[in-house]
Design a protein around this ligand. Structure first.
Ligand code: DI6
Ligand code: FE
Length: 407
């Protein structure tokens, strides 16, 4: 494997995720890439002449499973501090919403994050991203929303971008300014939303920092009308939108996201039939987040059967955040999506590959095919279902991003 991102893997069991169903398995397969892009894949015996030069340094997978690099399409992994104290409070019966209304919750992390400079944020986030990388994640999304000043949100997004460079993976950045109302805007909600829409968003966009815009559309977050306002501002800048929709309350967030052609609507525990239908019509991906469902001991299920019946693509992500989902394992999220939400292993694995790519608006990854990024993982596992089945432990034997070995 050269430092230029050229290489060849032989004798792999490739799960390509080509096609709309199944794993797209190819047995005894070879995968060739040049300058970070896949150039050929197929049965090893049919390796074309123009790939023969790569044979000298080829890696023999000895039958191991190879999948696309995993994609975590929803995280908040850049933040300072932790909220282990709230975990203890919740175990003693305090509710998440009550803690938030009393000034804890998101605001507790905002106070800690405001104290941290960019280097400190990067240092805090690095082990979290590294944990994901070590289990095969080569693309991850990171949201802002814990600084809640224009400069602070910029600092969070810059730390997220540096994280990608540091680890050699791709980090997609989402502005989540409508996450909580900062104290300096107490009783001036509309002034805050106006500032985000007319000042922060254009300024951060001019700096090239956000790839997308999100909002926390909840009774304890922002209303549908406020969310609509920030979506209109995002659309004016051609920035794609996505939404924390209907997790704790049904504010019809899924339908609102669909109306704006959102890449994804995420959570969806309280989404109704009209929301599902709107998502199906708009092609909006449902991002399921079993980590927060589990951590909050939620009992309302996202409408998986209805999403499936309507043909809404389902992604699965960690929602890695200090409050509702301190989950540093995308594979465990996959396992939980099967056990808690009744996804099949195939659905859950499509949810961290092809459907996760779509949730981020990325057509160049999430599958193995010529022309796509050479992002892939060699596993200590024989079948794809094993990736959903084992809880914890290290299964990724080697992780490649753009054709370069990162783990
Ligand atoms: N994503 C969020 O933004 C909120 N819940 C969720 O699933 C709050 C995260 C937090 O408590 O810090
Ligand atoms: Fe979230």
């Amino acid at each position: 494997m050269s430092a230029t991102g050229d290489g060849l893997v032989l004798n792999a069991r490739l799960a390509t995720f080509a096609g709309v169903h199944g794993y797209g398995l190819i047995e005894h397969a070879a995968l060739a890439w040049r300058r970070g892009r896949i150039v050929w894949l197929g049965p090893t015996a049919q390796l074309p002449r123009d790939c023969m030069d790569l044979r000298a340094n080829a890696l023999d997978a000895k039958g191991a499973l190879v999948t696309p690099g995993l994609i975590d399409a929803h995280t908040h992994l850049v933040f300072a501090g932790d909220r282990a104290d709230e975990f203890e409070q919740r175990l003693q019966g305090a509710g998440y919403e009550a803690i938030a209304r009393a000034g804890g919750g998101i605001m507790a992390t905002v106070r800690a994050t405001r104290e941290a400079d960019e280097d400190a944020l990067l240092a805090a986030a690095q082990p979290r991203a590294q944990a994901l990388l070590h289990e095969g994640v080569t693309t991850l999304e990171v949201k802002s929303g814990y600084a809640l000043t224009c400069e602070g949100e910029a600092r969070m997004l810059r730390a997220a971008r540096r994280l990608g460079d540091l680890l050699g993976i791709d980090v997609r950045c989402t502005l989540l300014a409508l996450h909580a109302l900062p104290p300096e805007y107490a009783r001036r909600r509309s002034a805050f939303v106006d500032a985000v829409c007319t000042e922060w968003l254009p300024r951060l966009h001019a700096l090239g920092l956000p790839d997308a815009v999100d909002a926390f559309c909840e009774d304890i977050g922002f209303s549908a009308a406020e969310t609509r306002q920030v979506f209109i501002a995002a659309r004016a800048l051609d920035l794609p939108v996505k939404l924390h929709a209907d997790q704790l309350s049904n504010l019809h967030g899924a339908a609102l996201a669909a109306e704006f052609g959102a890449l994804s609507a995420d959570h969806l525990e309280c989404t109704d039939a009209a929301g599902v239908a709107a998502m199906a019509a708009a092609g909006t991906v449902a991002v399921l987040l079993p980590g927060s469902f589990y951590a909050l001991r939620e009992t309302r299920q996202p409408p998986v059967a209805a999403l499936r019946a309507a043909g809404v693509p389902m992604a699965v992500a960690t929602d890695l955040n200090p409050g509702t989902s301190p989950l540093r394992s995308l594979r465990l999220a996959v396992n939980m999506a099967c056990t808690l939400f009744a996804l099949t292993p195939e659905e859950a694995l499509r949810g961290v590959t092809v459907h996760a790519a779509r949730a981020l608006g990325l057509a160049d990854r999430g599958r193995l095919a010529p022309g796509l990024r050479a992002d892939f993982v060699l596993w200590d596992a024989a079948t794809p279902a094993e990736l959903a089945y084992w809880m914890g432990g290290t299964l990724a034997a080697a992780v490649y991003s753009l054709g370069m070995r990162r783990v």
